[in-house]
Design a protein around this ligand. Structure first.
Ligand code: 5GP
Length: 196
């Protein structure tokens, strides 16, 4: 078991066969040392790609993205789910459907923060149906930048997100890949972790 899989087993709560609650270290309270390890692991996997920017989405993608940005020495931009009062012009937008919240969100990013030709690493906390990931990809494409791949903290491999991203030709690196989960336990697809 890698460091994240162990943490999920110790602290994660399986709310249903498809929803995992990890609010003690990722979605509400953040464990900075642990998050740094996650960000570093994602960064290491993309070290050779010449990444110039990381793009994520508020709020739970920000912490792992910042630590990955620190390791790679690149800025982090987070897409907003709600329009900001100060962010009104020069926006790129995309529509994302959330299965967990059962609502559509228009996500946006200021165009000036993604220059054309940049090599972008997209990071998010969970990969489920791939809606958020594809919405972020859409923003990067609209900015005429290149997508180097996706760094995901927890992938639910029994849902279609990875398949959708791979069908689009994208590289997906997830630190934990949940194969199955129930109130009796969680099983993972083993993946090699570089930094633990
Ligand atoms: P997708 O767009 O891939 O269907 O879902 C990804 C987004 O939904 C993530 O950004 C995450 O916020 C949320 N999400 C999806 N599944 C789960 C889950 O099992 N637990 C938690 N905490 N969030 C999830």
């Amino acid at each position: 078991m890698n460091f994240l899989e162990k943490k999920i087993c110790d602290e994660g709560v399986v709310l249903s066969s498809s929803v995992l609650k990890v609010d003690s270290f990722l979605n509400h309270q953040i464990d900075p040392e642990f998050m740094k390890q996650i960000g570093t692991e994602i960064a290491n996997r993309f070290k050779a790609e010449g990444i110039t920017k990381i793009v994520t989405i508020e709020s739970s993608g920000i912490a792992p993205a910042v630590f990955a940005g620190l390791e790679l020495g690149v800025p982090v931009v987070f897409a907003r789910k709600k329009k900001s009062l100060t962010l009104t012009e020069g926006l790129i937008t995309s529509t994302v459907y959330s299965f967990t919240k059962q609502e559509k969100n228009e996500i946006s990013i200021a165009k000036k923060f993604i220059e054309s030709g940049e090599k972008v690493l997209i990071i998010d906390d969970f990969l489920a149906h791939g809606e958020a990931a594809l919405g972020l990809a859409d923003l990067v494409i609209k900015a005429n930048a290149h997508i180097a791949g996706f760094g995901i903290v927890i992938e639910k491999s029994f849902q279609v997100g990875r398949q959708k991203l791979e069908e689009n030709g994208y590289r997906v690196e997830s630190i934990a890949r949940v194969k199955e989960m129930s109130t009796n336990g969680i099983t993972f697809i083993q993946s090699e972790v570089m930094s633990s």
